[in-house]
Write a protein that binds this ligand. Sequence first.
Ligand code: FAD
Length: 321
Amino acid sequence: MKVLVVAETNGERVLEKTLPAIAFAQQKASDGFTILAIGNDLQGAEALAGYGAQVVLAVNHPALAKPLAERYAPVIAHYAQQLGVDAVVATTSTFSRDVLARVAGMLDAPMLSDIITLERTNGKLVAKRPIYSANLIGTFEVEGTPVVITVRGPAWGKPEPKDNTSPVQAAEAPADIPTRSEWLSLRSSGGGRPDLTQARVVVSGGRPLKDPETFERYIGGLADVLGGAAGATRAAVDAGIAPNELQVGQTGKTVAPELYIAVGISGSVQHLAGMKDSKVIVAINIDPEAPIFQVADYGLVADLYQAVPELIELLKNNKGA
Ligand SMILES: Cc1cc2nc3c(=O)[nH]c(=O)nc-3n(C[C@H](O)[C@H](O)[C@H](O)COP(=O)(O)OP(=O)(O)OC[C@H]3O[C@@H](n4cnc5c(N)ncnc54)[C@H](O)[C@@H]3O)c2cc1C
């Protein structure tokens, strides 16, 4: 299988989210793989050269300064056709959901989303992926080439560094990049905290946080002392306690940090779908029967209004020590 890995970029630099797609290519691209990075004055393409790709192609063009699906998809489709690849692959993310679905449409290719395994059986590609809030694993098969694939990050992990360095080549953008859609602005309420999907530590809060100020004081406060990101349940988002982009779960973001602290969160299947791949899960809940304790590695049955300030204080003092 010959693979084209689409690097995730924000138009200015290559993002770490690219790595699971490269790990996939290392395992599955028996006929080699190329990495394609798109942007304008793009930084970081060289960092992708140490993973065994045949070549890293860097396409720079002023019209590609922001990652708009309408503009990036024709570039990806162009190189998929020119290289004659069997699969176009990126890591599952908001970026790839947007851009790769359009690539699949342009190539009239089948698409496999968020896969955790891929095998070839009787000439067909057979993939597995979590479905129904990750309560079931679905098996899907597709025929035809190329196939467009997004891979679930935690399932593929990080690629192995290789001794040989791949050449990084400047590549031309196709002449006819559509410019009907414009990038207007990017609004982030992260308050300088790490990206929720990339953070090593995520502290999430639920409905009992009452209002945005309380959420910020308790959840933001604990996240900051741990150098982590803040997340929230949908109940907290729907109640106006936390902004929409902090939602973790089936209809929010999928996270897999090294440490996930669930504060005042019951542990609904929809919330678990977005965080149960976390390495260590800590739950703080007043109710010892709360379902979150079934997935937690460490549980504290306590009132969050007492436990969280004590934790923040302890962590601050430890840092000073
Ligand atoms: C189609 C669909 C999609 C959904 N998608 C998502 C999703 O993406 N993400 C998501 O999170 N939810 C999602 N939901 C909603 C989900 O079903 C739950 O309603 C939601 O996760 C519950 O949020 P919660 O745990 O904050 O609130 P609750 O269920 O109300 O739980 C609050 C918890 O806080 C504890 N608590 C209360 N007071 C304190 C205190 N002082 N100290 C400590 N603990 C306390 C309680 O014991 C309880 O366990 C979805 C639902 C549907 C139908």
